[in-house]
Ligand binder design. Structure first.
Ligand code: ZN
Length: 463
């Protein structure tokens, strides 16, 4: 019995782990590698295992850095089922279809350049249609319901509190008389996150594979974060410009809309025009609205008292391009929520082009920004941003609201690990090296845990 790490090793994207037990092979997550174009090229690499020999896939949650290479896995020979939470089936369907569409667009653009150079065209990683077809392999589960996904391998999902449907995956493995349990944290949520419940703790494991995105940081307390959001909105109103919020379509968007709803009067949001400028975020919001049984107590109570969490009187949903382009004419008083979350693509780039050079603009960055992305450049104080080959001066104020993260901070990660009474060994993944080192040190000091950051292709035997 062993686990081999084929992604998210000393970095935050491309999660992909192979579990082998009793002659069976289970893949946990099959995510896209995201970041600079040079880095993303590796998405086309051959899988370092035979996709046709994988019995089943476990998907922890719908985010593309965990799910985005599933259509490719299927295209290259995987013929089994993908087990995930029911809400993740709905969200992954939306996200993969969009990813397929973007892959097609990227390939078209690339091929126009290649044609001019006399080079043969490249194929998209996968098409929109291939993404749609792959969604048929998904099998939805509930939290806390053990299911045998291959002979001798039982999967139980626990709530990870990261996005709707996100799960910690408990794999109970049997090989002859040997029994072992490996627990994959997936991405762990930030305690107190609006809408979602806190990550569930697990009592026992033989190996824990744990994320470490914010292994070196503590988030500020939620009340401070909301006070900060309120003051940025108030200040933006005084500055007389627009507010741009680059967000991930899933979760950060729904959290913001819900908080806009809760603080509507306090933040003076009635004075603004609110735009949700992302067809994918609009679809994801509908999924969030459908799964109210997964809400935490506070959101459930709000829903009983006020109805739909995301229903704001002055919110305009922009599904079509023309509606998005119309926002470009608004010089002041618009709060625009648009993707992509790291400004690598999507409609936010157009809004940046029209607003970045204006001093009165406020940009609120609510999510993690991977190295090499335009979003990271903004957070790091870049003076210019290149958009479609044009250098645009950054004169807008950029506010990073770190407390809004969808990931647990260092204390959250340690508290989650503390739930394991038997202090199992830990393989740390899904984090940049600095974050990983800080977390490893804490795991050693606080728990005397055997913890290490694993390398690509490294295997850990399960005793
Ligand atoms: Zn995630």
């Amino acid at each position: 019995m062993q686990v081999t790490f084929f992604g998210a090793t000393r970095e935050v994207t491309g999660s992909c782990f192979l579990v082998e037990a009793g002659g069976r092979r289970i893949l946990v997550d099959c995510g896209l590698i995201q970041g600079s174009p040079r880095h993303e090229r590796h998405n086309r690499d051959r899988f370092p295992f035979d996709p046709g020999a994988v019995d089943a896939v476990v998907l922890t949650h719908a985010h593309l850095d965990h799910s985005g290479r599933l259509p490719l896995l299927i295209k290259r020979g995987f013929s089994g089922r993908v087990f995930t939470h029911r809400a993740s089936v709905d969200l992954a369907r939306i996200m993969l279809e969009d990813a397929g569409y973007l892959q097609e667009k990227d390939a078209e653009w690339e091929n126009r350049k290649r044609a001019r150079k006399g080079l043969r065209p490249v194929e998209p990683l996968y098409s929109r249609w291939e993404a749609q077809v792959s969604a048929r392999r998904f099998h939805g589960l509930d939290y806390g319901d053990p299911v045998e996904i291959a002979p001798g391998i039982t999967l139980t999902l626990a709530d990870a509190g990261h996005i709707l449907g996100s799960a910690i995956a408990l794999l109970d493995l049997a090989d002859g008389s040997r029994r072992r349990r490996v627990v994959f944290s997936g991405d762990l949520g930030h305690r107190g996150t609006p809408i979602l419940r806190d990550p569930e703790r697990v009592a026992e494991a033989d190996l824990v594979v744990m994320e470490s995105t914010y292994g070196d940081r503590q988030h500020r307390p939620w009340p401070q974060t909301w006070a900060e959001m309120g003051s940025i909105v108030a200040e933006a109103r005084e500055a007389g410009g627009n507010v741009l919020i680059p967000t991930f379509a899933v979760d950060r968007t729904q959290m913001l809309l819900y908080m806009f709803n809760r603080y509507f009067d306090e933040w003076g949001l009635g004075h603004w025009r609110l735009f949700l400028d992302s067809p994918m975020a609009i679809k994801a919001t509908r999924v969030y609205a459908r799964y109210s049984q997964l809400y935490d107590d506070e959101a459930a109570a709000f829903e009983r008292a006020h109805g739909d969490l995301f229903d704001l009187p002055n919110l305009q949903l922009c599904e079509h391009t023309e509606e998005s382009m119309a926002i470009n004419r608004v010089r002041a008083g618009a709060v625009v929520i648009a993707g992509s979350g790291m400004c690598t693509g999507g409609r936010i780039k157009h809004h940046l082009k029209h607003n970045l050079w204006r001093r009165e603009t406020r940009i609120i960055v609510p999510g993690f920004q991977a190295a090499g992305t335009p979003g990271r450049a903004l957070v790091d104080g870049a003076r210019y941003l290149r958009l479609w080959g044009e250098a645009v001066r950054v004169q807008a104020s950029v506010h990073t609201v770190g407390g809004l993260s969808a990931h647990a901070d260092q204390q959250g990660l340690l508290d989650w690990y503390a739930g394991f009474g038997n202090r199992p060994p830990v393989a740390v993944v899904h984090g940049e090296p600095v974050a990983q080192q800080a977390l490893l040190q804490q795991l050693h000091e606080a728990f005397d845990a055997r913890a290490e950051a694993v390398d690509f292709g490294q295997s850990l035997a399960l005793g």
